[in-house]
Design a protein around this ligand. Structure first.
Ligand code: PAF
Length: 278
C-alpha cells in the first residue's frame, strides 16, 4: 500500500496503471474507518485490479463548524485497517485539495431540496465539489458508496451524469452493529447510554415496515411516536420517498421502490439511517 498526499503524485502513480489498461476502484472516505467502509473496500478489491481509497475530512461539506472540528481523525489506525484491501491511499491536506478555490456550484434540483438538503445547507454542494474533484483526478472505473447516506448516493449518481464521466457508482448495503445501530464514524461520539438507545432507531424502522398500511402519513406517525418514547433521541425528520427520485410519497403504491430516511439526534450526535419498504 502506498500513501499519497499530493494530486501530482496521485496522477503520476495512476498514469502508469491506466496506460496498461488496469481497472481502478475508488472508495472515497473521510477516515475514522469502520467495518462499513471496509465492506466497500472488500467489494472494490473483488471488482477491480487496482484500488484507491481517499481519506479526507472535507471542510466544504460541513455546514456546522463544531461538527467539522469534532469529526474523528484517526489516520494511523485507518492506514492499518485498509492495508489488506487498498493499493493507494490518497490523504491530502485541505490546502492541496483546495489549491483551486471551491467555486463549483452544482445544481441537484429536487434531489437536494429534501431531507439532508434543507437540514444541512450547502452540504451536497460540498460533497459534489470533493467527489467531482476526486473523480477528475483519479478517473476510476467504479466508485463505492454506502447506502447509509442514501441521498448522497443518489446525488452522486446524478453528479456523474452532470460531469459526463464514465464511472459506475456502486451502492453497498448498510453494515450494522449486532444491536442494529448503523455503523457510522459519528458513533464514536456516543456515550454508552446513547449508543444503547440509538439501537432503537433501526428496531422502530423495522417495525414500521410491518404495519398493515400503505399510507405513509400513518407510517411516519408511528415512527415519530416510537422515537419520541425514547428519551435522549430527538427526531429531526422522517420521510418516506420514491427511492429513485427522493420525492415524498403519500402511499407506498405510488412508487416502484420506496424508502424511509431518518435523521435523529442521540444527545448531540446526529445520526441518519434508512429502510426500504419495497
Ligand atoms: O460519505 C462520506 O464519507 C463523504 O461524504 C464523502 C463521500 C467521502 C465525501 O467527502
Amino acid at each position: 500500500m502506498v500513501l499519497i498526499q499530493t494530486v501530482e503524485e496521485l496522477r503520476d502513480a495512476l498514469f502508469r496503471i491506466k496506460s496498461v489498461g488496469k481497472s481502478i476502484g475508488l472508495v472515497p472516505t473521510m477516515g475514522a474507518l469502520h467495518e462499513g467502509h471496509l465492506s466497500l473496500m472488500r467489494q472494490a478489491r473483488k471488482e477491480n485490479q487496482v484500488t484507491v481509497c481517499s481519506i479526507f475530512v472535507n471542510p466544504t461539506q460541513f455546514n456546522n463548524q463544531e461538527d467539522l472540528e469534532k469529526y474523528p481523525r484517526t489516520l494511523d489506525k485507518d492506514l492499518e485497517l485498509v492495508e489488506p484491501y487498498i493499493d493507494f491511499v490518497f490523504a491530502p491536506t485541505a490546502e492541496e485539495v483546495y489549491r483551486e478555490p471551491a467555486t463549483e456550484k452544482y445544481d441537484f434540483g429536487a434531489l437536494e431540496q429534501v431531507m439532508e438538503g434543507p437540514a444541512r445547507p450547502g452540504h451536497f454542494n460540498g460533497v459534489g465539489i470533493i467527489v467531482g474533484r476526486l473523480f477528475k483526478w483519479i478517473e476510476p472505473d467504479k466508485a463505492y458508496f454506502g447506502e447509509k447516506d442514501y441521498q448522497q448516493l443518489i446525488i452522486i449518481k446524478n453528479l456523474v451524469k452532470q460531469l459526463n464521466m464514465d464511472i459506475q457508482i456502486v451502492g453497498c448495503p448498510i453494515v450494522r452493529e449486532a444491536s442494529g445501530l448503523a455503523l457510522s464514524s459519528r458513533n464514536q461520539r456516543l456515550s454508552e447510554e446513547e449508543r444503547q438507545k440509538a439501537a432503537n432507531i433501526y428496531r422502530i424502522l423495522k417495525e414500521s415496515t410491518l404495519l398493515a398500511t400503505p399510507n405513509t402519513e400513518e407510517i411516519k406517525h408511528f415512527v415519530e411516536m416510537e422515537i419520541n418514547k425514547i428519551d435522549i433521541l430527538r427526531l429531526e425528520y422522517y420521510e418516506i420517498s420514491d427511492a429513485e427520485t427522493l420525492q415524498p410519497i403519500r402511499n407506498l403504491n405510488e412508487a416502484k421502490m420506496a424508502i424511509g430516511c431518518i435523521a435523529v439526534y442521540a444527545g448531540d450526535v446526529r445520526l441518519i439511517d434508512n429502510i426500504r419498504y419495497k
